[in-house]
Design a protein around this ligand. Sequence first.
Ligand SMILES: Nc1ncnc2c1ncn2[C@@H]1O[C@H](COP(=O)(O)OP(=O)(O)OP(=O)(O)O)[C@@H](O)[C@H]1O
Ligand SMILES: [Mg+2]
Length: 366
Amino acid sequence: MRRSLTSSSNRSGKQPVSQERWMRNTGSLLHHALFPVLHALPWPALLMDEEGRIVCANREMERRGVRVDPQCPRSLQEALPDYAAALRGGLGEAQDVRLTRQVEAQEVVERVWLRPIASGAVLIVTDETRLHELETEHAQTVRLASLGFMLAGVCHEISNPLAAIHSMLQTLQSAPRRDPEMLERGLASISANVRRILEISRQLSAFSRASREQRQPVGVDPVIEEALALVRHERWYRNVTVEHHKDPAAVVHANPRELLQVFFNILANAVQAMGGQGRILITTRRPGEERVEVMIQDDGPGIRPEHLPKLFDPFFSTKASGEGTGLGLTISNEIIHEHGGRIRAESTLGKGARFYIELPLWRRPG
Ligand SMILES: Nc1ncnc2c1ncn2[C@@H]1O[C@H](COP(=O)(O)OP(=O)(O)OP(=O)(O)O)[C@@H](O)[C@H]1O
Ligand SMILES: [Mg+2]
């Protein structure tokens, strides 16, 4: 390929405009060094001049049908529109993007690397289909492992109130005479335990229902507003001042219902910790090019240092029995991890708590 490109044009003495200009700009040393390297690469690669016209495509790229016509060099947009759409910066900007393409009814995941060089840019494509499969398998394994872990906890958590109901029923049944006070206490205990089982089941079923929905581009701040509106309707809400610094460009690719569940859990915890009244500060921002970060800070009592490492453990709760299942943060953590993000908490006892939710920023394709 190198020979045909360079020698044929040399032999005829006629070089295509872009190639000629490209060689003049880059110098023949670079030309002689670069083309053999390009052809030796085991990945599809091509060179573009500063106007984005393809001046050389290596053999691997040719196998994809990308041929360089010296008389009429094509642009990346014309030759490989999928890649041109994925690479949105100019040629002068180093970029690497992952994209999924349909090739003969098969899904192929590729990473396109663009690196500027003197008078143009080099583009290399690596196949990440297997890596993507392994990542998906790994995510499923982690999900299954955490579900298994959670399931063991669920059985344990449900068997405690069931055992209490069972023993209370036995006590009531075997009592020779059931005075009204005893009956009242027995029924109250049964009712509290049934409430706890129902609450655990409600949390878990909301989680499984939400996960069946499709992901889509979602603005983070409208979801936070929706979560705040839900929190305001809860019985423990009294009077909370909310300061919300928004970022309209903070858009993520997410399941909206799951995201709502996360913000509701974190805001509900904050309001509950403050006893229904106080001040919440929410800041949405985009640190760097690729992330969205939401910080939710309350001025409640804070979290004890020894509790911080346990916050996301299933059934960790400091709330009175019947008040909390200890699943809110476990499920929120699970959801955010599945979306490629993370949650962390900071707190100084007596000075409130701060939760950071980080998610990948959604980028409009093309
Ligand atoms: N903002 C906060 N301030 C103080 N403590 C908090 C805060 N957020 C969470 N916690 C602590 O973390 C624990 C676990 O929270 P999580 O949301 O998982 O469960 P829960 O609120 O107890 O129960 P559930 O959410 O199922 O009703 C809480 O019981 C509380 O001790
Ligand atoms: Mg909670």
